[in-house]
Design a protein around this ligand. Structure first.
Ligand code: UD1
Ligand code: CA
Length: 472
């Protein structure tokens, strides 16, 4: 099987503008569960074991190319400078796919397609050995799609919605936009495709009829999953497909042990990995390449992106964490914000209204309330009092604060960075620390308190008599 897959090229059509999105961003880069639309067909193709993949780019092609180079370096990029239709896009890549025996052509805007469906198409194609195969499916409302017209002589033709006559419009079997062609046959017909249609475009759908007429058999694989081949053309399609994908992803995690209180309000991206026995409260969003270990609990309305969370950690919601690592049995939130490579080590605590940016909180250390910790390293077993701030920015540069192990930082300490504090050191509450604190020392830096006796005797509070006058 593997050697046979090696004879397949896969061409992903991703050059179209997607005018119906009303966006400067090309359609295939529109966000679906925080991944570009084109991520999904690429992933399905890859999961089906197909290796020779290229994408045709055009509209906003620089952006698409940049994404592909970063996230799919193994995929090739072929330019279609002017977008004159799907056959024109396939033509632009001709030199590349002609090196293979078969070419699978798939639209970049069918994100619900699954690897199994592509494998099934490949298997059937190899078994029946036609010149062309494509997937069709049945929709109650076929409007907008190309209709599959099965002719009396056994032939087949695909007619676009905008070009169809009334009887054709009544057909519910539609073209999915996923095809396999024998490259020899496709080469033989591709230049014969004309543009005598409403939009004046070259349509790859015409290759199907031409191959049937002159090259040999066309095999239609009718899919029984109606949702899997929905195309994404409008903002409404984005919302509908996002919901279907999300349900599919959460369903899959639940089969592996996820406990999700409210799947309808929970959103999980396709690259998130969850170990069994994670518990998620309502309204949670988890995106990017996040990885969450077993027995983690994620509190309501938390938003996580590109985070790694160790076993048994608890996040009280709502909390926000991005690009950060949370250790085993750590306790976070509620109302905590972790960002910019924050690292909270095992059993550490980042509590209520605490923001941690690009800092490490050592094992067992605690920042329980109302603090900003930025560009800092905190050792192990240290306690940071409420309201502590690392003053990391002097208007020009970001500076670091280093705090040792087993320190006790009094409430409302300001660390004016760059500054450090040795192991076992203390600060007095309300101190402004501008000089390094040696190990074991107490830093106290605040005005001394004067108590003025009988003060209350000297002030008059409006509406009240002087206390002295009351005679006590
Ligand atoms: C296409 C099919 C239609 C099918 C539907 C399924 C054609 C003519 N029609 O229609 O039969 O039912 O998909 O979803 O193929 N593209 C390019 N270059 C171009 C034009 C388009 O790369 O010059 C790309 C687009 O980015 C898109 C794909 O080709 O990913 C399909 O184009 P789109 O305009 O979305 O075609 P549909 O009208 O959806
Ligand atoms: Ca489309």
């Amino acid at each position: 099987m593997n050697t046979e897959l090696d004879s397949f090229a896969v061409l992903i059509l991703a050059a179209g503008r997607g005018a119906r999105m009303h966006s400067g961003k090309p359609k295939v880069l529109q966000s679906l569960l925080e991944e570009p639309v084109v991520y999904y067909p690429l992933k399905a193709v890859q999961d089906a074991g197909l290796k020779h993949i290229s994408a045709v780019v055009g509209y906003g092609g620089g952006q698409v190319e940049a994404y592909l180079e970063k996230e799919w370096p193994e995929a090739g990029v072929i330019w279609q400078r002017e977008q004159q239709g799907t056959a024109h896009a396939v033509m632009a890549a001709r030199e590349w796919w002609e090196k293979f025996k078969h070419v699978m052509v798939i639209s970049g805007d069918v994100p619900l397609i699954q690897a199994d469906t592509l494998s099934d198409l490949v298997d059937k194609h190899l078994r029946t050995d036609p010149k062309c195969s494509f997937i069709s499916f049945l929709l109650d409302d076929p409007s907008g799609y190309g209709r599959v017209v099965r002719l009396a002589d056994g032939g087949v033709r695909i007619i676009e919605d905008r070009d169809a006559i009334e009887e054709e419009l009544a057909i519910h079997e539609i073209n999915s936009g996923v095809y396999i062609f024998e490259t020899e046959s496709l080469s033989a017909v591709i230049e014969k495709i004309g543009r005598a249609n409403t939009l004046g475009e070259y349509n790859i759908t015409d290759a199907v009829a031409l191959i049937g007429e002159t090259e040999g058999d066309v095999n239609i694989v009718v899919s029984d999953d109606r949702s899997e081949l929905l195309g994404v053309n409008t903002p409404n399609d984005l919302a509908v497909t996002a919901e279907i994908l999300n349900r599919r992803i959460i369903g899959c995690h639940m089969r592996n042990g996820l406990k999700c209180m409210d799947p309808r309000t929970t959103w999980i991206g396709p690259r998130v990995s969850l170990e069994p026995d994670v518990f998620i409260e309502p309204g949670v969003q988890i995106w990017g390449k996040s990885s969450i270990a077993s027995r983690v609990r994620i509190g309501a309305y938390s938003l996580l992106r590109d985070v790694t969370i160790g076993q048994g950690a608890v996040l009280f919601g709502p909390s926000v964490a991005s690009d950060s690592v949370i250790g085993k049995d750590a306790v976070i939130g509620p109302f905590a914000v972790l960002r910019g490579k924050a690292e909270v080590d095992d059993s550490a605590k980042v509590g209520r209204f605490v923001e941690v940016k690009k800092s490490k909180i050592g094992t067992g250390s605690k920042v329980p309330h109302l603090s900003y910790i930025g560009d800092a390293v905190i050792g192990e077993g240290t306690n940071i009092g409420a309201g502590t701030v690392t003053c990391n920015y002097n208007g020009k540069n970001k500076n670091r604060t280093i705090i040792g192990d087993r320190c006790f930082v009094g409430s409302d300490t300001m660390f004016v960075a760059p500054v450090s504090m040795g192991d076992d050191a203390h600060t007095a509450a309300g101190s402004v620390v501008t000089k390094d604190v040696p190990p074991g020392a107490l830093a106290i830096s605040r005005p001394r308190q004067d108590n003025i006796a009988n003060w209350s005797g000297r002030v008059t509070i409006e509406g009240k008599e002087k206390k002295d006058d009351e005679g006590n």
